[in-house]
Write a protein that binds this ligand. Structure first.
Ligand code: CA
Length: 420
């Protein structure tokens, strides 16, 4: 989202979005920005101790204190009961994850590229005006639009009030859901949308941008001038709201999100970490080969290895980090960046993916974390999530083995851990 949407599952780098689209493209991760991301999956849900009605009555007091009018609250909650499908989605912890190359195959499909190209032409006047006002490149806006809702085709069909009420009542992050629910009630009160037309994903991500309600309140704009911020039915409002969010996230017009690079033999793969940022010349001094046609940038870059040292390598800049604020998944940001280039016939990946190297399953990732802990490498909680601590632990073990220290979990790594 725009996740300002919420997505569902996360996986090392990939996740499926809960949002609109079907086999979607987004990944969640940390709750940042627009989107919503699912954080750790470790919290176990507990059965609600009070009835839904008791929870609603207590929440009503909080909502009124936050400025929601009583009549608005009661109208929005009329007939609302918890949605079991929302709870199922919230508690789902899928065993298997799509590899990043399969995720990209879906995200960058020929159909999506063609549709985006056509929309760049048919929306030219609107995009001219948005680019002028917000300084965000149109290809990136249309790419986000395609990723979030297939250009407005899949915006979710669940009542946002019902979904968020369900999550606030018995979800894994009740406080977060309550905050979103109050924001949603204030949107209705503002007159932007009728409660019954406020539709979104199970996680409360709304409209063509899949904004969560708090992101909507901070960044949605009325660009077509009809007096309402309508990210559901107005593509001009949706695209401008996306631009406003990316602008606030530090987007630099005309700068690259990143590009594929070649690494020299003997490269120290421990340099490939999102926390390590260097000016371009420092990367080239380390032997990183930049494509001759690449736009030069003074921005600091990180080295991204989406599938470990056996797969393609990318240098990623500030605009990549701006996309991550939309949806904190490197696979998502990579897909947006590449899709924005595919509209112009560019963005092809030259390096080969290690397609024989399937991602570890959830239980295998947990087993790997348990072994790393047993061996003294401090991977953090055994929660299946490959975060900074787990990556660091993997690198340390890889270095001890004399292997490339890319921090990437593989079956070979798990097999070695089992016998260590
Ligand atoms: Ca409008």
């Amino acid at each position: 989202m725009f996740c300002p949407r919420l997505c569902s599952l996360l996986i090392s780098t990939i996740a499926l979005s809960a949002c609109a689209e079907t086999p979607n493209t987004s990944t969640p991760a940390a709750p940042t920005g627009a989107s919503i991301s699912q954080p750790a999956l470790a919290e176990q849900p507990t059965a609600a101790a009070i009835s839904f009605e008791s929870w609603r009555d207590a929440f009503r007091v909080k909502a009124l204190n936050a400025g929601v009018q009583a009549t608005r609250f009661d109208q929005a909650f009329a007939g609302i009961q918890p949605d079991a499908a929302v709870i199922d989605a919230d508690r789902s912890q899928p065993e298997f994850t799509r590899p990043v190359w399969e995720y990209l195959d879906g995200a960058l499909s020929a159909i999506r590229v063609r549709k985006g190209q056509a929309l760049l032409i048919s929306n030219k006047a609107t995009l001219d005006a948005i680019e002028q006002r917000y300084g965000v490149d149109r290809q990136a806006l249309v790419a986000v639009w395609g990723m979030e809702s297939s250009f407005g085709q899949f915006i979710g069909d669940k009542s946002v009030i019902r979904s968020l009420a369900t999550l606030a009542y018995e979800g894994r992050r009740p406080q977060f859901a309550e905050d979103q629910l109050i924001a949603a009630l204030l949107i209705i009160q503002h007159g932007d949308i009728q409660p019954q037309r406020m539709l979104g994903s199970w996680a409360g991500a709304m409209g063509q941008t899949q904004f969560i309600p708090t992101t909507y309140n901070s960044h949605a704009v009325d660009f077509d001038g009809d007096g309402r911020r309508d990210i559901w039915n107005s593509s001009a409002d949706a695209l401008a709201s996306t631009a406003h969010y990316l602008q606030a996230s530090g987007w630099q017009r005309g700068q690259p999100w990143g590009y594929e690079v070649a690494l020299p033999s003997g490269f120290d793969y421990a340099q490939a970490d999102p926390e390590i940022r260097k000016p371009l010349h420092e990367w080239t001094e380390l032997g990183v080969k930049v494509p001759p046609v690449a736009v030069r940038s003074d921005d600091r870059a990180s080295l991204l290895l989406p599938a470990g040292h056996r797969g393609p390598a990318f240098l990623v800049f500030g605009n990549f980090r701006a996309i991550l604020k939309y949806n904190n998944s490197s696979s998502y940001a990579l897909a947006v960046g590449l899709l924005s280039q595919r509209f112009d016939g560019k963005g092809q990946i030259l390096g080969a993916w290690p397609r024989d190297d399937k991602p570890l399953s959830r239980s295998e990732r947990i087993e790997m974390q348990d072994h790393l802990l047993r061996l003294g490498y401090a991977p953090g909680a055994s929660d299946s999530i490959i975060g900074a601590n787990t990556r660091k632990a993997i690198r340390a073990f890889q270095q001890h083995q004399g292997w490339p220290a890319d921090g990437y979990p593989t079956h070979e790594l798990l097999a070695r851990l089992r016998t260590s």
